[in-house]
Design a binder for this molecule. Structure first.
Ligand code: ATP
Length: 649
């Protein structure tokens, strides 16, 4: 009971499939398009396959001559000649086979590389909403497991298809040449076989898809529960047993699906081999009877019978592989569909064709919000391929301003309740410090997300120096705005590399100037390898305050026109807090700053304070003005700061 309930909040429910179990018609076309850049290698590989198939026919086609010409007429020189041709053809077939595998590997690996690049680039373009709607483990699984899975389809399946089609065609021609009637007998038996294979293929396709989904789910669960934060949560809440059981349930599901998948495959092979053993028996029976009964329709020498028997056995082998391949291909198509599903997700936030690019000096840092409203959409991004239904849902949720203005107050508040931010308007002159204050969940962080275009506004406009941010190229916007948050992310790289991330061309002097200003230089040189010490996820662990000062140095190096500061410092001791405050001074004095203010010093220094409550601006003014109004701000101030001696920056 506990398990199923708990699972429902810990793990999002399985996603709806966008297209059910059916392969979308354009999937095959898209796969073929991936081959297009490598058409030269593909053509050469096909030629190599064709040569191998023709060379392989030499032995069976020479058999009637060996029997009916060389042996029957006791001609030793002809026997040697036929044997020599057979040997040379066999060796050449082996060599062309190797050449074909080589060519096939070249384009197979390159196509995989292209898919990985495409998917990674597309994921980089996804908005934050996509990452908050999907588990990291699942995203990574698609990038690594699924693409490795389809590698089989690209490099092996291509060879199998081409080799077996060409071999089958050449063998059928040779069989017809020897005996059309016997060939037709073999063909009559094929349709029931094909039908059964198709049916089993469908079951295997479903099993393979379910298996991949279960694998992705398990790796997402592992990623969540074995990450540092996940393990911390589990340990501090004493939920080890719970996590273990949750894992066992998923693991058991995977085991069950694995057994099912293997068994479907085993049944398939049992069916294939039984059929192929019985088919020749039928052919021998018919051909034998016709010969014994002296029916003239069959005119075949003993050498011809040997050759036909050999060809027939060779015909079954590629046919088996082609039919098995159909089953494997179904599994591979399922993987391709999963990849295309991600590639097809719309890029919501992107540059317009005429997006403006500015160099840092061109912008003064004047920020204006005009009537901005925003709501976090509740639909999962992975599902919303902008289906008509999703669009309709999204439109339904958008507040209709004309209605809001005209409807009575109760109805307004109903619409407002759904909005994270409603009708936000303010204006900051270059170099000003704006402090955002308000209760938890009021929308302060969201407001800063809109300025950086991590999300786009639903209505209204945000401008920088009079330019709508939607007209500014995203990389320019990224350069103009610097963000310092309480949660500092450092890459698993050296201190220097982490700093250079802000500005790759920064000189050593500039780096040191920035770290000195951020009061972290002295600490860095104390580290075992100074600026070359590896920090980050698995590197040297810096304290929260040290990490934050390093992040401040990174932003100082970037020198943005607009600074966003999320300055929660509750986890820091007084000494660290002082150091951070000192580090922030050079940033805040030079740049337009929007600070989510948790420190009295910032609030007192602010040119304007905006008080947010439930997504609306409820008050604005200076500290003194707001205190005199004795409303929400005055209450918050009393609650948090009134008993403390004011600190100065
Ligand atoms: P705090 O001071 O606690 O950080 P805040 O004022 O910064 O709060 P926001 O983080 O902006 O508040 O959140 C505003 C509202 O939006 C909250 O109700 C929050 O639950 C909701 N919210 C935040 N992020 C998302 C998200 N990705 N999806 C849906 N709702 C969200």
């Amino acid at each position: 009971m506990e398990l199923s309930n708990a699972k429902s909040y810990l793990i999002p429910p399985p996603k709806k499939q966008m297209s059910g179990n059916k392969t979308r018609p354009h999937t095959l076309r898209r796969i073929l398009l991936a081959f297009r850049p490598y058409w030269v290698q593909v053509t050469l590989a096909i030629l190599a396959i064709l040569s191998t198939a023709v060379l392989n026919l030499c032995v069976p086609l020479l058999i009637p001559l060996v029997f009916d010409d060389a042996i029957a007429k006791k001609n030793l020189s002809h026997l040697f000649l036929y044997a020599f041709i057979m040997m040379v053809a066999t060796v050449l077939a082996g060599l062309t086979g190797v050449l074909q595998t080589y060519l096939n590997n070249i384009f197979g690996q390159q196509i995989m590389r292209d898919f990985r690049n495409q998917l990674y680039t597309h994921l980089q373009d996804m908005p934050l909403r996509f990452f908050t709607s999907n588990r990291t483990g699942e995203i990574q699984s698609r990038l690594s497991n699924d693409i490795s899975g389809v590698q089989i389809a690209v490099s092996e399946t291509f060879t199998t298809i081409a080799t077996n089609i060409i071999t089958t065609v050449t063998i059928v021609i040779a069989m017809f040449y020897i005996s059309p009637l016997l060939t037709l007998t073999v063909f009559v038996l094929l349709p029931p076989f094909l039908w059964m294979t198709f049916k089993i293929g469908k079951v295997r396709h479903r099993a393979s898809k379910a298996m991949q989904e279960s694998l992705a789910s398990l790796s997402a669960l592992m990623q969540e529960t074995l990450s540092i934060n996940g393990i911390l949560l589990i340990k501090t809440f004493g939920r080890k047993q719970f996590a273990k059981r949750l894992f066992e349930v998923e693991n058991q599901k995977l085991t069950r699906l694995g057994i099912r998948q293997q068994m479907v495959g085993r049944w398939f092979f049992m069916f294939v081999y039984t059929f192929f053993t019985l088919t020749p028996v039928t052919v021998y029976l018919i051909a034998g009877s016709l010969i014994i009964l002296h029916i003239p329709a069959i005119k075949i020498s003993s050498g011809g019978i040997f050759a036909f028997i050999l060809l027939q056995s060779k015909f079954f082998s590629p046919f088996t592989q082609l039919l098995t391949l159909h089953v494997n291909l179904q599994g591979a198509l399922a993987l391709f569909e999963r990849i295309f599903e991600y590639l097809d997700l719309p890029v919501e936030i992107q540059d317009t064709p005429d997006a403006r690019r500015f160099s840092p000096g061109d912008i003064r840092g004047e920020v204006a919000f005009t009537d901005v409203s925003f709501t976090y959409r509740r639909d999962t991004y992975a599902l919303s391929t902008e289906s008509a239904e999703a669009k309709e849902r999204a439109t339904r949720r958008k507040p209709d301003k004309s209605v809001t203005l005209q409807e009575p107050p109760q109805l307004c508040s109903e619409v407002d309740d759904q909005n994270t931010l409603t009708n936000i308007s303010f204006h900051i002159k270059p170099g000003m410090l704006l402090a955002l204050v308000g209760p938890s969940g009021a929308g302060k962080t969201t407001l800063t997300y809109l300025l950086t275009r991590l999300y786009d506004v639903d209505s209204g406009a945000i401008t920088i120096d009079g330019y709508n941010i939607k007209e500014i190229a995203l990389d320019t916007l990224g350069n103009l705005i610097g963000v310092v948050t309480q949660e500092t992310y450092l890459f698993h790289a050296t201190v220097r590399e982490n700093l250079l991330y802000a500005r790759p061309d920064a000189t050593d002097e500039e780096i040191i100037a920035a770290t000195r200003a951020a009061a972290i230089h002295d600490r860095i040189i104390e580290l075992e390898s100074g600026y070359e010490t590896v920090v980050g996820e698995r590197g040297y662990k810096l304290s929260g305050g040290e990490k934050q000062r390093l992040a401040i140095a990174r932003v100082l190096l970037k020198n943005p026109q607009i600074l966003i500061l999320d300055e929660a410092t509750s986890s820091l001791d007084t000494q660290s807090e002082r150091l951070i405050q000192a580090a922030l001074v050079p940033l805040m004095t030079k740049h337009t700053t929007i600070a989510i203010a948790h420190r009295l010093s910032t609030i007192l220094a602010a040119d304007m304070i905006i008080v947010l409550d439930k997504g609306r601006i409820v008050e604005h003014g200076t500290h003194q003005e707001l205190l005199e109004r004795a409303e929400l701000y005055a209450g918050l101030y009393k609650q948090q700061f009134a008993h403390l001696p004011p600190k100065t920056i």
